[in-house]
Design a protein around this ligand. Structure first.
Ligand SMILES: Cc1cc2nc3c(=O)[nH]c(=O)nc-3n(C[C@H](O)[C@H](O)[C@H](O)COP(=O)(O)OP(=O)(O)OC[C@H]3O[C@@H](n4cnc5c(N)ncnc54)[C@H](O)[C@@H]3O)c2cc1C
Length: 420
């Protein structure tokens, strides 16, 4: 089949690769000049399937409201919210009900574990080398943080995830560079989880896909999909539309815009976050792998010879405006745990401050599969876990496009669950 993929983020690239492996003739259209320039550019890189859960969880609305006025709040609402953001919040609030949460959590984790398996298989098969380290540690500053993660630990037990609870002395043995002057209660260590550079992987897999014949067309904005035959698409500046047998939409947060004229209304919110990446000054003072400061919901990751600190979730606002307080929180957390690890002086251009967006559906799992329009398939809405879910989502969608049964149960990944 002749298949078009819209978007060359981590989701589009993994999808193109899987489709090409199945023998399809694949063209990827990307509006930017290169791959992985938007959400997949500088995320935290954490691959922790046991922690891939919906944001719509019991107790979350109270937490979000409770944080509204705090300076280092992990979640921020930039008021006023638009009508579509308010509608999204309403759907999100409804999805926080326990039974909805449990259902969506099970779906996301099924996909996340499958995804990890696919990532490892692909990495080994193609001998891909990218920055990655094993182990993930959740840092607990005090008793109240330990209480906050209790439900999460039960979830890990239910999912059969290996983890160890430990005091600060033991945690310091695993991460010896943890600041001796920052007292903390303890940590949870997950030895099988990992951190890896999403953009590097995307670029490597793009080259592998090209070797299988995938054609990447950059600087091409897909303006719309044909209403009668959605596998026909139009590109800005081109007079004639392009015809395909199938189109897979992987356009991240821009996906809902392309679907709306077809009568498909997806509640997708742009949830912004930030990262700071800086070169390691002294490896002895740097983290060995990834850590999560549970209090501030900030991840500190070792990515090769750089440290990346990432966090914050802002609903509302614009992609261009960077919040200095959110960025200050990242520097604060890095300073608290690993002072002197990285060269964060702005004198050199080597410190990268990034604002990215999570393409977030209100209830959690991404949308994978048929769109209800002939020839148009979806692989969208991966929220805060797009890297962790990408390889599995791509295989599932490629199976569906090819007419095969996916390896995992895909109940609940369709449009139907979002209602009218
Ligand atoms: C601060 C932060 C930290 C994060 N940390 C993690 C983490 O630790 N682990 C994890 O798993 N996930 C994490 N995420 C989430 C993850 O980064 C995203 O879920 C993932 O990158 C989404 O990938 P995507 O391919 O769907 O979107 P994108 O990477 O945005 O790709 C979509 C592509 O489509 C293109 N496009 C859009 N519209 C058009 C059009 N009309 N025509 C042509 N091209 C178009 C865009 O230019 C873009 O390149 C984090 C996100 C943020 C913001």
């Amino acid at each position: 089949m002749k298949v078009a993929v819209i978007g060359a983020g981590i989701v589009g690239i993994t999808t193109a690769w899987e489709l090409a492996r199945d023998g399809h003739e694949v063209t990827v259209f990307e509006r930017r000049g290169a791959a992985a320039e938007e959400s997949s550019f500088a995320n935290a890189g954490v691959l922790a399937p046991g922690y891939v859960t919906p944001w719509a969880a019991p107790g979350m609305p109270r937490k979000v409201l409770g944080h509204l006025l705090s300076r280092h709040a992990p979640v921020k609402l930039r008021l006023p919210l638009s009508a579509s953001e308010l509608r999204w919040m309403w759907k999100w609030w409804r999805a926080c009900r326990l039974e909805t949460y449990l259902l969506n959590r099970a779906r996301m984790q099924r996909l996340a574990f499958y995804s990890r398996e696919r990532l490892h298989a692909l990495t080994a098969e193609r001998q891909l080398e990218y920055d990655r380290s094993s182990g993930y540690m959740v840092l607990l500053r005090a008793e109240k943080d330990a209480k906050m993660i209790e439900p999460g630990l039960q979830m890990l037990r239910d999912a059969g995830v290996k983890f160890h609870q430990m005091g600060s002395d033991e945690a310091r043995k695993i991460e010896p560079a943890l600041n001796p002057d920052t007292p903390f209660l303890g940590a949870v260590h997950l030895p099988d989880d990992e951190v890896a550079n999403c953009r590097q992987f995307a670029l490597l897999l793009k080259a592998e896909a090209q070797s299988l014949g995938v054609n990447f067309e950059f600087n091409r904005v897909v303006t719309h999909l044909d209403k009668a035959h959605a596998a026909t698409l139009s590109i800005a500046g081109e007079a004639a539309p392009r015809h395909f047998d199938a189109v897979v939409l992987c356009a991240g947060v821009a996906s809902s815009q392309l679907l709306r004229p077809l009568g498909i209304n997806i509640p997708m919110a742009a949830v912004y976050g930030y990262s700071v990446s800086a070169p390691i000054r002294e490896p002895v003072n740097a983290p060995r792998s990834a850590l999560m400061d549970e209090r501030y919901k900030v991840a500190v990751s070792r990515l090769g010879n750089r440290v990346r600190v990432a966090g914050s979730a802002e609903i509302g606002g614009s992609p261009a405006h960077k919040s200095s307080s959110s960025i200050q929180t990242l520097y604060k957390v890095l300073q608290d745990w690993f002072p002197g690890a990285a060269n964060t002086s702005h004198a050199g251009a080597s410190v990268q401050e990034w604002k990215g967006v999570r393409p977030m559906l209100p209830d959690g799992p991404p949308l994978l599969g048929a769109s209800g329009r002939s020839g148009l398939w979806l692989n969208i809405g991966h929220g805060s876990s797009g890297w962790a879910l990408s390889c599995g989502s791509a295989r599932v969608v490629a199976d569906l496009v090819t007419g095969k049964n996916p390896d995992i149960d895909i109940d609940g990944f369709g449009l139907g669950r979002l209602g009218p």
